[in-house]
Design a protein around this ligand. Structure first.
Ligand code: IPM
Ligand code: MG
Length: 367
C-alpha cells in the first residue's frame, strides 16, 4: 500500500484532456489496489507563459523535484510560435529534463496486434511484429551544447560569408556510460540485443560512443551488440523493423528515429515515453504525440498514449508492476473489443469514441 505524490503538468493543446483522463485512470488503480495518489497540478509551457510570463516557473521545477513522479501532457502551440528561441514553450521540456537530470528517455514503439492495419508498411515487412525500445540520451549532445551566431569571416576565395550560426555536439564518457547501462539493463529483460546507433564514420562523438558502449558491453557478456550508422538504421527501420530491439542513441538521433519508429507502428497517438534520471529520483512520463492544437478541446484526442505513459510510471518509478500490467491489459482489451479514437479508426467495424468515452472504457476494463 503506497502513498505517492504525482506532479501533473497538463500543458497546452490536448495536454489537459489527456492528463485529466489519465489521473482518473490512476485514481481507479489506487482504489482497486489500496494506494493513494496525490496529484499536484503545475504550470509549464505556453499556459505558463500566459499565466506567469515564464515557460518553466521555478515553483514548477521545485515541485517536480519533490514529487515521486511527473506526468506531463504536452507543451507548445501556434500562439507561442513566434516567440524567440529561449522563451518558447518547448524550453520548458528542456528545462525539466535538465533540472530533473532525466538523462534516459525510453520510447517503446510497439505494433499492437489489434492495430496492425494502422501500420503503413506492407504486411510482409511486419509479419513478425514490431517491438522496439529506443533509448535516447536526453540531457546532452547538440540539444545542450554551446550555440550561437557569429561573423562567418571570409571564404577561401575572399568572399564575405555573412553571419553564421553554430550548434555543438559533445558527449563525455560519463554521459555515454550511464545511458549505455540503461540500454544493456533493459536488454537483459528483453531479447539480449542492443543496437548502438551513431555516425561513427564522421563524428568524433560517435567514435567515443562506440568505445564506451564496447567497454560497458563487457559487463553484459550475454548481450549481443550491433553498431549501425544512423542513416542505415533509418532505412532498415522501414525494411526490417522486426529485427530491432533496444536501440541506444544520442539525443538528436533518438529524437528523429523515435518519430520514425512511432510512425511505423501506425499511430503516434498510442506511444508513451519515460524519462529517467538517477535511481530514486522522480521520472517524467509523457505521451510522444505533442499538443495537437488543431483538435484541442474537441474530445477527439487519443488518451491512450498518456494512459500507457502512466503505466510506465507505475512500473519504472513507483515499482507497481501488477498495477502497470492492469492498465496495459485494460488498453489491450478495449482495443480488442474494437473501440478506437479517430486517429486509429482504420476499419469500418470499429466503434469510434471520443477522448472521454475512451478513457471511461479503459477504466471499466481495469480488473
Ligand atoms: C520530443 C520533441 C522535443 C524534442 C521538442 C518538442 C523539444 O520533439 O520530445 O521528441 O526535440 O526533444
Ligand atoms: Mg521529437
Amino acid at each position: 500500500m503506497g502513498s505517492f505524490n504525482i506532479a501533473v503538468i497538463p500543458g497546452d493543446g490536448i495536454g489537459p484532456e489527456v492528463t485529466n483522463g489519465t489521473c482518473e485512470v490512476l485514481q481507479v488503480i489506487a482504489q482497486k489496489y489500496g494506494h493513494s495518489f496525490h496529484f499536484e497540478e503545475l504550470l509549464a509551457g505556453g499556459s505558463a507563459i500566459d499565466a506567469t510570463g515564464e515557460t518553466l516557473p521555478a515553483s514548477t521545477l521545485a515541485a517536480c523535484k519533490k514529487s515521486d513522479a511527473v506526468l506531463l501532457g504536452a507543451v507548445g502551440g501556434p500562439k507561442w510560435d513566434s516567440l524567440p528561441g529561449k522563451q518558447r514553450p518547448e524550453q520548458a521540456l528542456l528545462g525539466l529534463r535538465a533540472g530533473l537530470g532525466l538523462y534516459a528517455n525510453l520510447r517503446p514503439a510497439v505494433l499492437h496486434k489489434e492495430l496492425s492495419q494502422a501500420c503503413p508498411l506492407k504486411d510482409k515487412y511486419v509479419a513478425d511484429g514490431i517491438d522496439i525500445m529506443i533509448v535516447r540520451e536526453l540531457t546532452g549532445g547538440i540539444y545542450f551544447g554551446e550555440r550561437g551566431r557569429r561573423d562567418g569571416g571570409k571564404s577561401p576565395d575572399g568572399q564575405d560569408m555573412g553571419q553564421e550560426a553554430y550548434d555543438t555536439e559533445s558527449y563525455s564518457v560519463l554521459e555515454i556510460e550511464r545511458i549505455a547501462r540503461v540500454g544493456f539493463e533493459l536488454a537483459m529483460g528483453r531479447k539480449k540485443k542492443v543496437f548502438c546507433i551513431d555516425k561513427a564514420n564522421i563524428l568524433e562523438t560517435s567514435r567515443l560512443w562506440r568505445e564506451v558502449v564496447g567497454r560497458v558491453s563487457l559487463e553484459y557478456p550475454e548481450v549481443e551488440v550491433e553498431y549501425m550508422y544512423v542513416d542505415n538504421a533509418s532505412m532498415q527501420l522501414v525494411r526490417r523493423p522486426s529485427d530491432f530491439d533496444v536501440m541506444i542513441t544520442s539525443n538528436i538521433f533518438g529524437d528523429i528515429l523515435s518519430d520514425e519508429a512511432g510512425m511505423i507502428t501506425g499511430s503516434i497517438g498510442m506511444l508513451p515515453s519515460a524519462s529517467l534520471g538517477a535511481p530514486g529520483k522522480p521520472g517524467m512520463y509523457e505521451p510522444v504525440h505533442g499538443s495537437a492544437p488543431d483538435i484541442a478541446g474537441l474530445n477527439k484526442a487519443n488518451p491512450l498514449a498518456t494512459i500507457l505513459s502512466a503505466a510506465m510510471m507505475l512500473r519504472w518509478t513507483l515499482g507497481l508492476r501488477k498495477e502497470a500490467d492492469a492498465i496495459e491489459n485494460a488498453v489491450s482489451k478495449v482495443l480488442s473489443e474494437g473501440y478506437r479514437t479517430i486517429d486509429i479508426a482504420y476499419s469500418e467495424e470499429c466503434t469510434v469514441l471520443g477522448t472521454r468515452e475512451m478513457t471511461q472504457k479503459v477504466i471499466l476494463s481495469i480488473v
